[in-house]
Design a protein around this ligand. Structure first.
Ligand SMILES: Nc1ncnc2c1ncn2[C@@H]1O[C@H](COP(=O)(O)OP(=O)(O)OP(=O)(O)O)[C@@H](O)[C@H]1O
Ligand SMILES: [Mg+2]
Length: 257
């Protein structure tokens, strides 16, 4: 199963959600891979800590290999890094990914991520793909490579309007490139149950028939601590309310199959 976490708006929680759902999956014993397609590398740093910067064989090296076709190409798993957490691996990003984007696009490499992940499919039970805040070559590659799409929503009025546009973009991509892609649902993030506006926005989405997932993620300062310590919530504090919300979300997704 290959899930892409996508929203072209910045800061809605894509990287945090990718890494924490993946960490729950790994803690449940599933062999789990996080693919970081964002040149910012936030997911890589979250799961690998300082090792993300030191590491060689980043995703950018894999893509460079694609551009410089050679008989001595390394297999995709040469670019996979084990994280400190059992069953959890990362295909890490680096700023170099941004430099390669135009070249990859000019050479029509939009299906390369898909074939790379197909190559890794026998080694992983679950693959989670983090994307940059844009609808660009990398996010399109991810939407083509995945079979499920999760859309974080940060309960903001601007995000609400952008969501309809985003869903139209996903639909177009489904029609043109990936009939297997399912919009698995909208993840309500940083939800404040006592504030009126977020509640109204979420209700409107549901009334409009959008697939809002029933397990909402609240807001907590533990997220910052978790990033700083490079430790996903399930490792940092399994009993925390937000961790439990992540577990509930994970279970809801797995039950929907
Ligand atoms: N549930 C939460 N509670 C509190 N803070 C959160 C929560 N989820 C995310 N954040 C904070 O929101 C910010 C953005 O989160 P994150 O980096 O995961 O978003 P993103 O969509 O990946 O951003 P970008 O578009 O830049 O890649 C971070 O500072 C993070 O700490
Ligand atoms: Mg991010």
């Amino acid at each position: 199963m290959r899930r892409v976490i996508f929203n072209q708006k910045g800061g809605v929680g894509k990287s945090t959600i990718t890494c924490n759902l993946a960490a729950v999956s790994a803690a449940r014993g599933l062999r789990t891979l996080v693919v970081d397609l964002d040149p910012q590398g936030n997911a890589s740093h979250y799961l690998l800590g300082a090792a993300a910067t030191d590491a060689t064989n980043h995703l950018a090296d894999l893509f460079e290999q694609v551009l410089n076709v050679s008989m001595f190409a390394k297999p995709a798993n040469a670019f996979v890094h084990a994280s400190p957490f059992e069953n959890l691996s990362v295909l890490p990003s680096s700023p170099r990914l941004a430099d390669l984007e135009d070249k990859l696009e000019a050479r029509y490499k939009i299906y390369k991520l898909k074939s790379t992940l197909e190559e890794l499919e026998s080694e992983f039970d679950r693959i989670y793909i983090d994307t940059p805040p844009a609808l660009n070559f990398y996010t399109r590659s991810a939407l083509i490579a995945a079979d499920r799409c999760l859309i974080p929503f940060d309960c903001d009025a601007f995000s609400h309007q952008a969501l309809y546009n985003l869903l139209a973009n996903v639909k177009e991509l489904q029609e043109d490139h990936n009939a297997d892609l399912q919009v698995e649902g909208i993840i309500v993030n940083q939800f404040q149950p006592r504030a009126t506006l977020p509640r109204q926005l979420v209700e409107t989405l549901a009334q409009d028939g959008l697939p809002v997932l029933p397990a909402y993620l609240g807001s907590s300062v533990i997220v910052r601590e978790s990033h700083q310590l490079a430790k996903p919530l399930i490792q940092l504090d399994p009993k925390h309310k937000l961790t439990q919300a992540y577990v509930a979300l994970y279970e809801c997704l797995e039950q929907n199959g």
